[in-house]
Design a protein around this ligand. Structure first.
Ligand code: SF4
Length: 267
């Protein structure tokens, strides 16, 4: 325990009375305002005061007996080395994962397995342009094998705008077209609001075979709910039916796009 065992409330009241008394004023002490104070608040204030001095984060860590410096950084609201390192590691993993996903989808495209959803046409056109670029490069330098690394370089920019929704991929290329931001009334935000995603209607959303089970489960669950509704719940039934129809439509689109097709020019 930082301060040991003692009757804090009584001592604090004595201390406050003294600071606010003529004796405290004579010494130039700032008056202590009324309001609750407890040991937890005091510990937190002390941590902040310590942490904001030169070398203070380490001093706070030692004084507050934290095991990891990241705890102190969080405690003192000072994201620093440990937190920044963790964040950069997370970002790196996220970028690698996005690149792997984009590459997998590009390979799917080459096999004739296309994306579905409102953003499918734009993504397919992008893949077609990359494919053309690779083919052109191969024709000019036929002896050079174009490996994944070369293709990844071409896909990197696209991977940077990829966000994962539970039932779709979000290609956040243009905030002004993001349906979630329009609904939230924040059209200039620099990140999508995946929690408010309506991927069946947003022009930046695509659906892929990996999302099919989520939509199938949603359709099944909605169907069960509809079956359990009483006869009088017409408004609720209409809403659930629309939801169910939408899930079936997305599944049908995914199935249609997943059926391998010969590679063809994008209209
Ligand atoms: S609605 Fe969904 S797909 Fe569209 S921008 Fe928002 S999160 Fe992305």
């Amino acid at each position: 325990m930082l301060f040991g065992r003692f009757a804090f409330t009584v001592r604090y009241t004595w201390f406050k009375n003294w600071v606010n008394s003529p004796a405290g004023q004579r010494l130039g002490l700032a008056a202590i305002p009324d309001g609750p104070v407890n040991l937890r608040m005091l510990r937190r204030t002390l941590a902040l005061e310590l942490a904001y001095r030169p070398g203070g984060v380490l001093a706070s860590k030692i004084h507050l007996k934290h095991v990891a410096v990241a705890t102190t950084e969080g405690y003192a609201c000072r994201p620093g080395g440990a937190q920044a390192e963790l964040l950069s590691e997370v970002n790196k993993h996220e970028s690698d994962r996005n690149l792997d996903l984009v590459l997998a989808e590009f390979r799917n495209y080459q096999q004739g397995i296309l994306p579905a959803g409102p953003g499918a046409r734009s993504l397919t056109a992008f893949f077609a342009s990359i494919d053309t670029e690779i083919t052109a490069a191969f024709e000019t330098t036929p002896k050079i094998q174009h490996n994944d690394r070369d293709i990844l370089n071409l896909l990197t920019k696209r991977a940077k705008v990829l966000h994962l929704g539970p039932a779709n991929y979000c290609w956040f290329t243009d905030p002004s077209r993001a349906l979630c931001l329009k609904i939230a009334g924040t059209p200039t935000a620099d990140r999508p609001l995946v929690g408010m995603c309506d991927s069946a209607r947003c022009p930046q959303a695509t659906h892929h075979p990996t999302h099919r089970p989520v939509w199938a489960e949603h359709a099944e669950r909605t169907k069960t709910f509809i079956g359990q509704l009483g006869k009088t719940r017409t408004v609720e039934r209409d809403r659930l039916r629309a939801d169910h129809d939408r899930a079936l439509r997305v599944i049908a689109e995914i199935d249609a796009a997943t059926t391998p097709q010969p590679n063809q020019d994008i209209p």
